[in-house]
Design a protein around this ligand. Structure first.
Ligand code: MGD
Ligand code: MGD
Ligand code: MO
Length: 803
């Protein structure tokens, strides 16, 4: 989230698109309801189904699954062509005036730099034209044909209301209604907030859908504003913490990247990873990468990290290709993996194409499952009739089950969608043989060290040199880990004026103190400040409101306890809040002050030329994303791999993403509309949490079995009535479930033809106390977003038949 849950109450318009918070975030959703009831906010839902959020919204509009980029680019076109943008904001706080290189182009669905052999782009032309001083050229009159503003106008020109309606199946009047309501917030004293989740992220073009929403919000001047922003409603309670701590295979904590094999020395890494400002005077905060990285390395290896050994840089793995879940499953099926350790992850139920996952698991030598429950993954080798039709005799994989505790049984912090770290205490001790995850991992590490010590082995340094000075090395406590994440002064630290700011051994209060000379440590720079000499900031529970519902004394928010990112953009270039009712930050003559920690050098005066988007090289919000994403500097609508229409009306070729993540071996598993004519989308329901709560009796009573939602028209055509058993099949396999025939799923008109959508909640399986069922992911295809590698769970083709 750029903003936070409570702040939603400040919005005038709420667009929920690609998320269903009434169902999946029922507690946080109260702030959207609060905006409606207290602020008279107008709530709109754009979703393939009339979902539970739509049921309490002011307006609902249907959309074909996977078509959101077209919709949002159509909104951008509407705003530009009706002059409904916040001009002063756009000029001062976005890259609209900056001039793009001459060799940048876009034609027939392809951006400049495409290489068909590698299915990837050379992104060097997606950049600014630079002057002799190394800074981007600009035209503040916005007349230059290659300034971002004009390129954007040109790019979205094709997304007329007719085109949007044809691609999305959204009636034109619905689309225009959404445009009008959003457009009304282009004034300084009105804001829209956008709430999204998996309905955007789980698509081949998911990252670009979110980019498109960023463009809309920047044009409206809604980023940095209380009641505005783009708000990702995160998944598992701590999935924000998962990304913060860099658990993805090519990441490190604090959004640093794991070194690539081209970065053989720390010098190479820092030279490639430390950005330089592209506009004069900008903060360019990632310019501090050396401080974050060296402090991270000191946190990892402690005294073993020295200037001579590049702070232990060589003990970090260097990646060649990404080992994300899709890629690893591919390696398993090719017999290239020996073992797999899954912790709190029900792989076979959660990953796309369960059949392929099963095949891969069966080729492993060993599988370790760390989980409090018996999961489908831990029993993938058992025969459960047609639900898991395998012959155990043919599977040699050794499965180790290590029972763990669950979150309610341990103390620790959880990072919520709003980036708030909140400490909680254990409510119970783990039952029977279950151990905390930390103890399982700590004990494994100690055992591996013993084996290295007694038997030797390749590459011992990363494990042997880890700074692991916990009270009980086999069982590090969450408090100890939290402090190490925060970081320490490893020597007395003095500031530029010679004042002592931290003594050796003290916990650091702020990442501003991190150094690149080995005198500080921090395992996750954005978490610095969470546990200081003053104590555990995450455990604070002071809910004093400093304005507009802001409560800086409650928990700790990264970065620097800031509750609203880019908050300097809530004031105009002269330092005056855009909206007198939304006084969040202002220039008091000497410094920035107000309700929140300024997202800004506190003494950078208005007029000093420093722009509010401090993490970016140019200091401004990106309408044109430069080379940040792999599939284009602007979003574009591509058809899903499995598309229900003949052709993408926008392009002459396949009309599909030219860079989507596809593995050669998966190509035969993609189906076509002749065989599988209907668009399927999968989702979750309030009564179940993923594949977890089906083990609890009350949840099982509430939702005992798989169901499938279809329209009245499709039901009539297939002779299906509610309660009938139906078979849903894709090129990957089939499932069965009870039909729910409903008006909430509508037949759409897409590109001149009727398109039916099929709703498939995914919560059941062959373990647990619900009725035994199929895994819904049997149906989903293995094709991923070019940036995140997230699979296309939400738009693929199926057939539906009455059993
Ligand atoms: N009760 C409950 N709560 C949960 C979970 C749970 O399992 N149960 N899971 C948690 C997790 S891990 C997550 S990640 C979040 C997920 O939270 P959400 O993303 O809100 O949940 P979903 O149900 O996956 O999908 C949301 C909506 O996206 C719609 N949708 C599908 N395709 C498209 C599309 O192409 N365009 C648009 N505009 N909409 C589309 C679906 O119809 C659905 O209404 O929820 C969390 N909360
Ligand atoms: N078709 C389709 N597939 C999807 C999605 C979709 O919308 N559609 N959504 C995707 C999303 S957003 C997500 S997040 C994934 C979810 O995929 P998973 O994370 O695999 O889903 P869960 O069922 O929540 O499994 C979590 C496991 O963690 C265990 N667990 C709970 N607490 C602890 C603990 O403290 N320690 C350990 N070691 N284990 C614990 C639980 O018992 C459970 O088995 O599924 C993805 N798959
Ligand atoms: Mo999730």
């Amino acid at each position: 989230m750029t903003n936070n849950w409570v702040d939603i109450k400040n919005a005038n318009v709420i667009l929920v698109m690609g998320g269903n918070p009434a169902e999946a975030h029922p507690v946080g959703f109260k702030w959207a309801v609060e905006a409606k009831t207290r602020n008279n906010a107008y709530m709109m839902v754009v979703d393939p189904r009339f979902n539970r959020t739509a049921a309490v919204a002011d307006f609902y509009s249907p959309i074909r699954a996977g078509a959101d980029s077209a919709f949002l680019l159509g909104v951008a076109r509407y705003l530009l062509s009706h002059d409904k943008i916040q001009h002063e904001y756009v000029k001062a706080y976005t890259n609209a005036p900056l001039i793009v290189r001459e060799d940048y182009s876009f034609e027939d669905g392809l951006f400049s730099g495409y290489d068909a052999d590698t299915r990837s782009y050379d992104r060097s032309s997606w950049a600014y034209e630079l002057g002799a001083d190394g800074y981007a050229l600009r035209d503040d009159s916005l007349q230059h044909p290659r300034c971002v503003f004009n390129l954007l106008k040109q790019h979205v020109e094709r997304y007329t209301p007719e085109m949007v309606s044809s691609i999305c199946g959204t009636p034109q009047k619905d689309f225009l209604h959404v445009c009008e309501k959003l457009a009304a917030t282009c004034v300084p004293d009105k804001t829209t907030t956008i709430l999204y989740a998996l309905g955007w992220t789980q698509h081949v073009g998911g990252s670009q859908m979110i980019r498109a929403s960023a463009i809309v919000q920047l044009l409206l001047g809604n980023i940095g504003m209380p009641g505005g922003g783009i708000n990702a409603l995160r998944g598992h309670s701590n999935v924000q913490g998962f990304t913060d701590l860099g658990v993805l295979t090519t990441m490190l904590p604090g959004y640093l990247t794991l070194p690539h094999e081209n970065q053989q020395s720390l010098g190479d890494y820092l030279a490639q990873r430390t950005p330089k400002p592209l506009v004069d005077k900008q903060v360019n905060y990632w310019g501090n990468t050396p401080r974050f990285m060296v402090s991270f390395l000191k946190g990892m290896w402690g005294d073993k990290a020295t200037a001579e050994n590049e702070w232990g840089y060589h003990w970090l793995p260097k990646w060649d290709v990404s080992y994300d879940v899709m890629a690893f499953i591919e390696q398993m099926t090719q017999g290239k993996a020996n073992g797999y350790l899954v912790q709190g992850f029900n792989l076979i139920a959660a990953a796309a194409s369960s059949g392929k996952v099963r095949e891969g698991l069966a080729k492993l030598k060993y599988l370790v499952v760390i989980d409090p429950l018996q999961t489908e993954t831990s029993s993938f080798w058992q025969n459960h009739g047609e639900f898991n039709d395998v012959d155990p005799a043919t599977i040699q994989t050794t499965v180790f089950r290590l029972p763990s505790s669950c979150f309610a049984e341990e103390s620790g912090s959880i990072a919520n969608s709003a980036r708030w770290l909140q400490w909680h205490s254990a409510g119970q001790t783990p039952p029977h043989e279950a151990w905390h995850d930390g103890k399982i991992l700590g004990t494994l590490l100690m055992k591996l060290r013993e084996l290295y010590a007694s038997e030797g082995g390749v590459c011992p340094e990363p494990l042997m040199n880890l700074d692991w000075h916990y009270h009980d090395p086999r069982d590090p406590h969450p408090e100890e880990v939290a402090k190490q994440l925060n970081g320490y002064a490893l020597a007395d630290l003095v500031d530029d004026q010679g004042n002592l700011i931290a003594r050796k051994g003290e916990l650091l209060p702020s990442f501003a103190h991190l150094r690149d000379d080995g005198s500080t440590s921090s395992l996750c720079w954005i978490y610095t400040g969470q546990w200081t000499q003053a104590g555990n900031m995450m455990a604070r529970r002071d809910n004093t409101d400093t304005g507009l519902g802001n409560t800086p004394g409650w928990g700790f928010a990264w970065p620097a306890n800031r509750r609203l990112l880019y908050n300097r953009a809530s004031a105009d270039p002269a330092g005056k809040p855009w909206d007198p009712k939304r006084q969040f930050l202002h220039w008091d003559g000497a410094k920035w002050s107000g309700a929140d920690v300024p997202d800004y050098p506190p003494t950078a005066a208005p007029g000093s030329g420093v722009s509010p988007f401090i993490m970016l090289q140019d200091g401004v919000g990106h309408l044109f994303a430069l080379g940040a994403l792999n599939d284009g500097p602007f979003p574009e609508h591509y058809e899903p791999q499995e598309s229900p229409i003949d052709a993408n009306p926008l392009h002459s070729g396949s009309g599909k993403s030219p860079v989507a993540r596809i593995f050669e071996g998966d190509k035969p598993s993609f189906g076509s509309r002749d065989e599988f004519p209907f668009v399927a989308t999968t989702y979750s329901i309030t009564e179940m949490f993923r594949h977890w709560t089906k083990h609890a009796r009350l949840n099982a009573i509430a939702q005992p079995e798989q169901f499938v939602e279809i329209s009245e028209k499709l039901a009539a055509a297939k002779g299906i009535v509610s309660g009938d058993e139906v078979k849903v099949s894709s090129k990957r396999g089939f499932i069965r479930g009870k039909a729910v025939v409903t008006k909430r799923v509508m037949t759409l008109q897409v590109a001149g033809q009727e398109v039916e959508q099929v709703g498939i909640p995914c919560h059941w399986g062959f373990e647990g106390t619900t009725r035994k069922g199929f895994l819904a992911n049997t149906l989903s295809p293995r094709i991923g977003d070019a940036n995140t590698h997230t699979p296309e769970y939400k738009a693929f083709l199926v057939n539906v038949e009455k059993v």
